[in-house]
Write a protein that binds this ligand. Sequence first.
Ligand code: ADP
Ligand code: MG
Length: 227
Amino acid sequence: MNRNVVLKLSGVERHYGQGETLLSILKGADFALHSGEIVALVAPSGTGKSTLLHVAGLLEHPDAGEVMINGHACEGLSDEKRTAIRRSEIGFVYQFHHLLPEFSALENIMMPQMIAGLPRKEAAERAAQLLDYMRIGHRGTHRPAELSGGEQQRVAIARAVANAPALLLADEPTGNLDPETASYVFDALEALVRQSGLAALIATHNHELARRMDRRVTISEGKLVEF
Ligand code: ADP
Ligand code: MG
């Protein structure tokens, strides 16, 4: 397997000012994620999981440190270049699916591809293939409201990887699902990662799912620690 480093965090710091006090969330976090690897980020609420994912996903700047995405050192780059890297290299999945309600599952997955310039036909073919990988090929014509929670999240995952990013960042993607559905969604996600060589960092409170990932990290005193 190709084991190049897709995400590298070095000495990442993030502090929030709250009135008189400074809240230090990340205090020199170091981390490396390789292609083909799924890593669980397990830590109590308020410890900085979302903050870490936002920094890793180039949605926020760290107050210190460096974020490397597929070999690009991102801190010195213009917002324009960061946005371009985010669009081409990174997919996001959130706890809530954020699918467009007026469009079908298939169209939701076609959208980012067409924005990236792919012809409609090719976008539709890839969307259908991704729905198959997520084991919901038969649900392509349905709108999000007509899908179950587990199906909605599988569409959201398919959309996140529609433009073949190197890195998938997921913030409690199964947090709204019952354990059995969460397990089923994770099965599909895992199959996708294994066949595509994607690297995935997944924040979760679900210890059962965390055990099934390749490695587990937590946030302790503002640093990332394997456990
Ligand atoms: P988690 O995802 O692990 O629950 P977060 O990364 O959302 O944690 O938040 C970590 C801490 O940082 C929390 O105490 C939160 O209140 C604080 N925080 C997050 N974002 C901001 C912000 N924009 N301004 C101030 N404080 C914030
Ligand atoms: Mg969070």
